[in-house]
Design a protein around this ligand. Structure first.
Ligand SMILES: Nc1ncnc2c1ncn2[C@@H]1O[C@H](COP(=O)(O)OP(=O)(O)OP(=O)(O)O)[C@@H](O)[C@H]1O
Ligand SMILES: O=P(O)(O)OC[C@H]1O[C@](O)(CO)[C@@H](O)[C@@H]1O
Length: 415
């Protein structure tokens, strides 16, 4: 996240002469409840080496009318909305607007503006250049970067801006560590998360190889998709079972996980299980019916803790079936560890590419688009398509087949 902000500020500053750039903190609500923070290349120069997000974050707070009012009233000229809380305001120096592709001769209205730049959420904006006549030369651009929820918010902001006939373009960069945004090849931050997950897996392996009948249980991020668990399994190889939201699994009986782990412990004396946090939600007993409805501030379902549940179930199983034998479960939950670190080299470079792609696309007059690679080709994609698209693990494709052959785990098909 910080790398994208850094690249946007430096790109706007150095490539397009945007010298009044501001950041706003704390989410979409920042449009209407926060004050912008002036940013410049000197200030952000080392942000690519920081984890987390310097401009703070939060969920929820999406109030469409107040957000677009803020854009309109505060004289936002160009905005980059990073993640679901960050906006960078920048300014195009010339030309016409096109929906997801360069419009032909769409005439751009020239709007006088001396308003100070506005930024919503964690926005970064700059004071618009004005022509010596005081006329404003550029076209305001709203850039939005974030996960599937952010993309849905972007569609609403874009449609409202269009409805109000505001002379503001909207651009976006998709981002979520789960890599659950569709159409684009991958989200920045995903490869860093997979790399960080290796540390948890190493620890699990070391612990269980040092124990008698040790089971290493690692719960990885992945609410609706198991990409991190899948890629961590393939890159580590010494995983005995990979459980993801896209596949069901069961514990008891023939072909169940417990039968499989019993055989592994008998054969090797230890085993490692990866479970994505969104897996097993339909097998965990829901003692508190109210819990079924729990949502986070953005309306996302709050999942039951599959890692804690599995740890208890494994312990109960062993106590029941092998009460005289030693057994231990080493449970590791690196959830925030894999997300709170600085971007690795690959992601750092990727952040620069998508950030500059978004700036150039917006400055070239595109609107309602998301920038990102499709089959390795960088593209501008209509935001509605990205907001609608999902990116589940395809359990029929080669990668999942590799996981199945590498772990030899059951197919959990109830017979
Ligand atoms: N359908 C929607 N319309 C408008 N705003 C939305 C919609 N869905 C989510 N949002 C808003 O978008 C923001 C981001 O959503 P959310 O918290 O789900 O994170 P996200 O962008 O999906 O990222 P991540 O995948 O990291 O969780 C939140 O402020 C939320 O209120
Ligand atoms: O920061 P929060 O609200 O706990 O969100 C955690 C969730 O965000 C994600 O990292 C997606 O960005 C999920 O994998 C994870 O469950």
């Amino acid at each position: 996240m910080n790398t994208v902000i850094r690249e946007l500020v430096v790109g706007l500053w150095d490539l397009y002469g945007a010298h009044h750039i501001f950041g706003v903190e704390a989410g979409y609500r920042g449009f209407y409840s926060g004050e912008p923070v002036a940013l410049n290349p000197k200030m952000v120069h080392d942000w690519h080496r920081k984890g987390g997000t310097v401009l703070e974050t939060s969920r929820g707070g999406f109030d469409l009318a107040r957000i677009v009012d803020a854009i309109q009233d505060r004289g936002f000229n160009q905005l980059l909305i990073i993640k679901f809380d960050n906006f960078i305001e920048a300014r195009r120096s010339s030309s016409s607007v096109g929906r997801g592709r360069r419009a032909g001769a769409t005439k751009r209205k020239r709007v006088a503006s001396s308003a100070s730049p506005t930024v919503g959420g964690r926005c970064i904006g700059h004071r618009p250049h004005t022509h010596s006549s005081g006329r404003w030369l550029g076209l305001p651009i709203v850039y939005i970067i974030g996960g599937d929820g952010t993309m849905r918010g972007m569609v609403e902001i874009f449609n409202e801006i269009q409805r109000r006939k505001l002379n503001i373009a909207v651009a976006g960069i998709p981002k979520t560590v789960d890599n659950d945004v569709g159409i684009i090849d991958r989200s920045f931050g995903f490869q860093t998360a997979v790399e960080m997950a290796q540390q948890a897996i190493s620890a699990a392996n070391t612990e269980v190889e040092s124990a008698v009948n040790g089971v290493g249980l690692v719960k990885l991020m992945g609410r609706s998709t198991g990409h991190i668990a899948l890629h961590a399994t393939l890159s580590r190889r010494d995983v005995d079972s990979c459980l993801i939201p896209e596949t069901d699994f069961y514990l008891e009986g023939r072909g169940g996980l417990l039968e499989f782990l019993g055989a592994r412990l008998k054969e090797n004396g230890h085993a490692v299980v990866f479970v994505a946090e969104g897996a097993g939600q339909d097998v965990i007993p829901r003692s508190d019916e109210a819990h079924v409805e729990e949502k986070d501030e953005s309306g996302n379902p709050v999942f039951l803790d599959v890692g804690g549940w599995l740890k208890l179930e494994l312990k109960k199983w062993w106590a029941w079936d092998h009460e005289t034998e030693l057994f231990t479960v080493k449970y590791i939950d690196p959830t925030y560890m894999v997300r709170a670190v600085p971007a690795n080299a690959t992601d750092n470079l990727y952040c620069k590419l998508v950030a500059h792609l978004a700036i150039h696309g917006a400055m070239a007059g595109y609107t309602g688009f998301v920038s990102g690679p499709i089959n390795g080709n960088y593209a501008y994609i209509p935001v509605e398509d990205v907001a609608r698209a999902k990116n589940p693990v395809d359990t029929r494709d080669h990668k999942w087949t590799w996981v199945r052959s590498l772990t030899n785990q059951p197919d959990f098909e109830k017979r």
